[in-house]
Design a protein. Sequence first.
Length: 104
Amino acid sequence: MNKIITTQFNIIATLALIFVEILHTAVTHESGSSSGDTLMATYVSSDLSLLFILINIGLLSALIMSGLFKHVWNALISDIFNLREIVFNEAYAVCIIVSWVLWG
């Protein structure tokens, strides 16, 4: 495995996270209308469709963060603290657990 965090990796990771944040903002922030609807609710009338979109945004965020965490762990943390490298499934589990602790 390539253990270097490159500029290309940082750019792609940043763009992926910005994309997810824009989607999250569109779904959760108010549109400014008098009804108090979110931006996405003005375009999506079905609650089931909105729930589907929210679940997919959460899953996409988890996958992106897990990939970033795995890469940073394997390229940096494992070398600094002399720890073993982790696989994607372990990175995903750590990200989910940390999310539950922080947001729970």
